[in-house]
Design a protein around this ligand. Structure first.
Ligand SMILES: C[S@@+](CC[C@H](N)C(=O)[O-])C[C@H]1O[C@@H](n2cnc3c(N)ncnc32)[C@H](O)[C@@H]1O
Length: 307
């Protein structure tokens, strides 16, 4: 276990209420489960975004010169990037940044043979901290890509800091970012609470990871997965709720749970198009174009940063 994981887990599990930082959901098992979640009918963001991405990619392709360097934050299985790489004029380099190192390497090994003319650069890094690119901008400049609803996993203040850091990482650039403003409770419950039971497995895996990497003794069967829809700001919280009172050992400390006490393992903040644009503008990005699904629930924003 990394020192940071143990330190962050102890800080979160000795706080009131208990939390674990969502970034630790992403080991190889977590990444694989999330990829399967994206293929379920319940998890609507992937399908919604897929209806917008080809149009956005075609428009961006008209805006960038040949030789562009494409930088994806949280690249996961590197599936969506294919739509961009196929549309752009001769991209030179694909920099894929992800915290889930083994999964990242495997995703790039699958992608690379289909794009022999593009330099593939996987970067295993935590983008909640400053990230430096391993390569200078290509002759076509830099295009950042942050798809899905990952921006919502930050608290709003941290989301603004992330956008600010991304601007520092990318420099003068375009940045294509996904955001979700869905507010329908049933839809949110199905996507975040269901997805064929995979969401429960995805969140429960963080306890398995803690046990494996720290020698902790959490009994995963004593926790059930629960979704809480919260207003102001609108967000979906994922919790692991203790069924019975219990104590567990972690890094020489005792962590006690009463029945019904929970660990918050992730949050997904929902952004209307206007709310996201306000956030991006406050972080120094200039909104340049917007694609949205009918009703404006899912949005793809093209942002620009000048030098
Ligand atoms: C919700 S998934 C999105 C995957 C893919 N981009 C998509 O849209 O389907 C979030 C991705 O970001 C990565 N990730 C989460 N937190 C991260 C962090 N702090 N630093 C780097 N990568 C992170 C995860 O490993 C995962 O691949």
């Amino acid at each position: 276990m990394s020192d940071a994981f143990l330190r962050d887990a102890l800080a979160g599990l000795t706080a009131v209420p208990k939390t674990l930082p969502g970034k630790y959901l992403w080991d190889e098992t977590g990444s694989d489960l999330f990829d399967r979640i994206c293929h379920t009918d319940d998890y609507y963001p992937t399908a919604q975004e897929a209806t917008l991405l080809p149009r956005a990619a075609a428009a961006v392709a008209r805006d960038v010169a040949p030789g562009v360097t494409v930088v994806e934050f949280g690249s996961g299985a590197s599936r969506k990037i294919r739509t961009l790489l196929d549309a752009l004029p001769s991209p030179s380099t694909y920099v894929a940044i992800d915290i889930s190192g083994d999964y990242l390497e495997a995703a790039i090994r699958r992608l690379a043979p289909d794009y022999p003319g593009i330099a593939m650069m996987p970067v295993c890094a935590d983008y909640s901290k400053p990230v430096r690119l391993p390569v200078a901008a290509g002759p076509g400049g830099i295009l950042g890509f942050y798809p899905g609803t990952s921006i919502g996993n930050f608290e709003p203040r941290e989301a603004a800091l992330f956008l600010d850091r991304a601007r520092a990482t990318l420099g003068p650039s375009l940045f294509l970012v996904g955001a979700d403003g869905t507010s329908d409770p049933e839809r949110l419950q199905r996507a975040y609470g269901g997805a064929d039971g995979l969401m429960a497995a995805f969140h429960g895996n963080i306890l398995t990871r803690l046990n494996r990497e720290s020698g902790a003794d959490f009994d995963r069967d004593n926790f059930r997965h629960e979704i809480r829809l919260c207003p102001d700001p609108l967000r979906v919280e994922a919790h692991l709720v203790a069924i019975r009172p219990a104590t567990y050992r972690l890094g020489g400390h005792t962590i006690a749970f009463s029945a019904g006490e929970s660990i918050r393992t992730d949050t997904s903040h929902k952004y209307t198009a206007d709310a996201f644009r306000t956030l991006a503008t406050a972080s120094g990005w200039r909104p340049r174009a917007l694609w949205q699904t009918e009703g404006g629930r899912f949005t793809l924003h093209l942002l620009q940063a000048e030098g």
